[in-house]
Design a protein around this ligand. Sequence first.
Ligand code: SME
Length: 137
Amino acid sequence: ANTKKTAGERLLDICELLETQVEYYNWVGFYFRNGDKEELHLGPYVGEPTDHTVIPFGKGICGQVAVSNENFVVPDVAAQDNYIACSITVKAEIVVPIFVNGENIGQIDIDSNTPDPFTQADERFLEFVCAQVATLL
Ligand code: SME
């Protein structure tokens, strides 16, 4: 039997692992740029379903990272004016871009129900995860 997993299955495995193993990671998902269009599409994720399956560049935390190419750590989502709320339980968010051949092709997005939980260790760790993800796409 062919037991080789697809890229999508591997991405979902990563979401499940992160959501399960890090107590303050409560929603974990991937967004990817849609070809040449300036919009992000939701990929594999774990957590509450979201209405925001398509996000235009520039909009929300995710849309801003699509443009800035930089990590975005939000200690308190209530203090952000360009923010797309997915759930009222979410207190904080971190988005880290994924680069393939130097190009920002998507991102990992993590929501936390804990206020201000993310440190530089999360950034370094998620940069590592994103670098690994880039190799399996
Ligand atoms: N909060 C994000 C939208 C995606 S949800 O967190 C799943 C944002 O502001 O871009």
